[in-house]
Design a protein around this ligand. Structure first.
Ligand code: GLA
Length: 390
């Protein structure tokens, strides 16, 4: 059964009230530009054809109740309690995503929580969780679109992306940037979103994978990561430290010419974190230019350079992801890199159509030879962003 139908079925198990509608939002793959978003830099993600679906029905009592295929029991709160600080202690982590969106939406719109229609929300998803494909942004985007329409708030997609990030940062407690939510809200079929994370200016960049005879293969390592803890937060702190030592507002304000000076004013680890971000911003700009001038078959080296920088300078890859990239390249991919926050999740490989099965087989064999759990392999298509489906 499709995730859209699962959401509808879950909703009809919660309430006999007629649904108001169904909404969905995609996960994303990041083509290039990793850990640049919270440094005010550039990213080039695209929405994928894996989506989270939300079905919603009204209720008369001013309560918001969320149910999901991720959990046995629904969670509910009075809407009036979603003002002030988010009630973290009362909410299991999965429910902090949709309830955090409601909370952030109420704050961003200035709506009077007590006057809003209560809602039952059922959530089902076919975005793999923990694969670095932003299953969380997909939940946030679908919930934000559904509540924005139901409550007649009139927020635009960029404002809804900001609501999603607020939910993730302040309700869930993961210190992420805005890339995933922007990709999920603004995605376009067959295109990537070139985003300036300082101004939030977004430009649609044609990808033309199909015309070029290319496919985008995801190699999900199955290694789980959590951005609310550990390495992701440490990387952010190193970037902030680097910017401070260089006297700039954000690493976005540095270029390759500043790197020799950077090396002199910070420790080696911080320097390498800074060098990743500065060179990655440039790689995003170069990728956009290459796509425009030469098409996708010419971006392979930029993807590989991005992976090497994450592996060696930013140190967020894992052996599984390095193996995935090497196996894909050895079997005929034209470029590959880990995607997402790192410490697990997935790699992407840009592969000529007739090499896809060979690359899949090579990745599976390489994982087995290294004693890793078998990877999950599937192609994704650049797709439309969040919206109402019915
Ligand atoms: C996660 C975060 C994003 C971004 C990436 C790394 O996906 O949610 O904001 O920082 O990691 O590029």
């Amino acid at each position: 059964m499709s995730a859209a139908l699962v959401a509808r079925a879950l909703l009809s198990g919660l309430t006999t009230t007629e649904p108001l509608g169904s909404w969905s939002a995609p996960g994303r793959a990041n083509l290039i530009g990793e850990h640049t978003d919270y440094n005010d830099g550039f990213v080039l993600p695209f929405a994928i054809d894996r989506r989270t679906h939300v079905a919603l029905a009204p209720r008369a009592d001013g309560v918001i109740r969320v149910a999901s295929t991720f959990a046995a029991e629904p969670v509910q709160l009075p809407l009036a309690s979603l003002t002030g600080p988010f009630p973290t202690d009362e909410v299991p982590e999965w429910a902090a995503y949709p309830l955090g969106v409601a909370w952030a939406l109420i704050a961003a719109s200035g709506a009077d929580a007590a006057s809003l229609t209560g809602v039952d929300i059922a959530i089902a998803s076919d975005v793999p969780v923990g694969a670095g494909l932003s299953s969380s942004a997909a939940i946030e985007g679908a919930t934000a679109a559904a509540l924005n329409d139901t409550w007649g708030l009139g927020l635009d997609p960029v404002a809804l992306a900001q609501v999603g990030r607020t939910a993730e940062n302040d309700a869930v407690g993961a210190p992420t940037g805005i890339m995933d939510q922007m990709a999920s809200m603004l995605g376009r079929a067959d295109a990537a979103i070139f985003l300036d994370c300082r101004s939030l200016d977004a430009t649609v960049i044609d990808l033309g994978f199909a015309e070029a005879g290319l496919e985008l293969l995801v190699i999900d390592s199955g290694v789980q990561h959590a951005h609310s803890t550990g390495g992701y937060r440490e990387r952010r702190e190193a970037c902030d430290r680097g910017a401070q030592l260089m006297g700039v507002a954000a690493l976005r304000d540095l270029s390759a010419e500043d790197l020799p000076r950077a090396r002199g004013v910070m420790d080696d680890v911080t320097f390498r974190r800074v060098r990743h971000v500065v060179t990655e911003d440039q790689r995003v700009l170069d990728t956009v230019q290459t796509l425009r001038e030469q098409g996708p078959a010419a971006i392979g080296d930029l993807l590989l350079a991005s992976h090497a920088s994450m592996r060696d300078d930013f140190e967020i890859s894992v052996p599984e992801l390095d193996t995935a990239v090497e196996a894909a390249m050895g079997a005929g991919a034209i470029g590959a890199r880990m995607t997402g926050g790192g410490f697990g999740g997935a790699a992407i490989a840009l592969v000529p159509h007739d090499r896809v099965e060979t690359v899949k087989d090579a990745a599976t064999a390489a994982f087995a030879a290294s004693g890793f759990r078998a990877p999950t392999l599937f192609t994704v298509t650049p797709s439309e962003g969040a919206g109402r489906d019915a």
